[in-house]
Write a protein that binds this ligand. Structure first.
Ligand SMILES: [Zn+2]
Length: 318
């Protein structure tokens, strides 16, 4: 068997020389094209960054539609999204004759369009406050408004859009939260948005919409929302459970909401509302930064990030 071993050794040396020659000719650059995956995205959704986005929004003051603080906060979001490389579109509308409002759309990537949305206005009156003296005060909106926007802003930073294989349409809806106030209604921005879908660049035929609203409560309990499309809820809640978040993103039904997902559902577009409606400070002057936690924001953000980067899979069984 000695001669065979010698010949294998000789063969090995010849192969080595051949490989060295090919390497020197740049052959591995070509070979690597098919074998080496694109460098994986290493940016992970950060709850601390998201909490910083909540704080920044609160520093503008209450973001009541039509107010100067609201306009400035919207301008900040437009700048921030543009600087992160997203293509930003403004959709102006007039919820009341005397009030200017605008939805903000940020687009990135290619492939089927999907919508991830949150409202960026805060309620005009804290009329659920236990103290009637506060009923004419505006809501600070740390959780009801700022938390959802913060998740979108941090996704704009951390999401590997290319990995998703989707056109990601991040939408900040205006004029969601003034229902039951004379002259106003709920969800005016999302209603306008869906009524003009066909005119929206790149996002006119969304595969689905996911709305995040009031998801930053430090005492987080995000149940399955009763009007949401079940097969999408299954997919997102399963991802949350895989990440170990089942205690906070709970696979059980609870509330049924009218929210920014409603116009999508009415238009026949699958939609989900991720919302934690067990929030004692809802529409009170105590909806403040200290009620929101980085961990809660991270659970929602990470779940969406991981699900989207897998290509947002679901099985359309129901
Ligand atoms: Zn509200």
């Amino acid at each position: 068997m000695g001669s065979l071993i010698r010949s294998i050794r000789a063969y090995t040396i010849e192969i080595s020389l051949l490989l060295a020659l090919l390497a020197s000719l740049g052959f591995f650059g070509y070979l690597g094209y098919g074998l080496i995956q694109p460098s994986p995205d290493t940016i992970i959704f950060s709850g601390e960054e998201a909490l910083g986005y909540v704080k920044t929004q609160l520093e503008f003051g209450p973001r009541v539609t039509g107010s100067e603080a609201h306009k400035q906060m919207g301008d900040w979001a437009i700048r921030e999204l543009s600087e992160r490389g997203w293509e930003v579109f403004i959709q102006p509308f007039e919820p009341l004759e005397t009030v200017d409002a605008r939805n903000i759309l940020a687009v990135n990537g290619s492939g089927p369009a999907v919508i991830i949305a949150a409202h960026y206005d805060s309620r005009m009156f804290a009329d659920a406050d236990p103290n009637p003296d506060n009923w004419t005060q505006p809501v600070p909106g740390a959780n009801d408004g700022a938390s959802g926007v913060a998740v979108l802003m941090e996704l704009a930073r951390s999401l590997d859009v290319a990995a998703s294989g989707k056109t990601i349409c991040l939408v900040l809806f205006d004029a969601e939260d003034n229902g039951r106030i004379p002259g106003w209604d709920w969800i005016l921005g999302s209603r306008f948005f869906v009524s003009r879908l066909s005119a929206l660049p790149k996002c006119s035929e969304p595969e689905f919409a996911v709305v995040v609203d009031m998801i930053g409560d430090a005492d987080q309990q995000v149940y399955r929302e009763g009007n949401s499309t079940p097969f999408l809820v299954d997919a997102i809640w399963t991802t949350a459970a895989e990440l170990g978040y089942g205690e906070w993103i709970v696979d059980a039904p609870r509330h049924s909401m009218l929210d920014d997902h409603t116009p999508f559902l009415e238009a026949g577009i699958p939609a989900v509302d991720m919302i934690d409606f067990d929030y004692p400070f809802w529409h009170t002057v105590d909806d403040t930064l200290d009620k929101v936690s980085a961990e809660s924001l991270a659970r929602i953000g990470r779940t969406l990030e991981v699900w989207l980067e897998r290509g947002a899979p679901y099985s359309r069984t129901n």
